[in-house]
Write a protein that binds this ligand. Structure first.
Ligand SMILES: [Zn+2]
Length: 137
């Protein structure tokens, strides 16, 4: 499985992750056919550095915006300010949306951000190939 993320979306995610430091940032990704073209940042209602909880009104507004643009919800994104881009035990426990990619951006090393994607089934994660086209593509 593969998810293509537009370069400007990737840059927006990175800005959101950096701006939220030292807390986790979160958001929803929309698009079509495995191609992410929209990113909606959602307020982390937990204001935590180790987990996130999307503020319901923001989450609802993002889903509504996706529908109005006839896009699918492709991925749920959040940042790991100080830990690697892996699903934590908490992330796995709360990953109950099937057929969606969980994106984690680690900025533990700010000079080398890492974005990884996973699908989760029966409490186990499988990697998803993340492609961010370079500007010359
Ligand atoms: Zn996490």
């Amino acid at each position: 499985m593969q998810l293509i993320i537009e370069r400007n979306i990737y840059d927006t995610m990175l800005r959101a992750a950096t701006a939220a430091m030292p807390l986790e940032a979160c958001g929803l990704c929309g698009g079509k056919d495995g191609h992410v073209t929209r990113f909606y940042e959602v307020v982390n209602a937990d204001a935590s550095d180790e987990h996130f909880n999307m503020r319901p009104e923001d989450q609802f507004a993002a889903v509504k915006a996706l529908r109005s643009e006839q896009l699918e919800l492709l991925a749920i994104w959040h940042s790991h300010p100080a830990t690697p881009a892996r699903m934590s035990a908490e992330d796995l426990r709360l990953a109950y949306t099937p057929d969606i990619v969980y994106l984690i951006m680690s900025i533990a090393d700010p000079a080398t951000p890492v974005l990884r994607g996973f699908t989760v089934a029966e409490g186990r994660d499988s990697p998803v190939d993340i492609v961010v086209p370079t500007l010359s593509d």
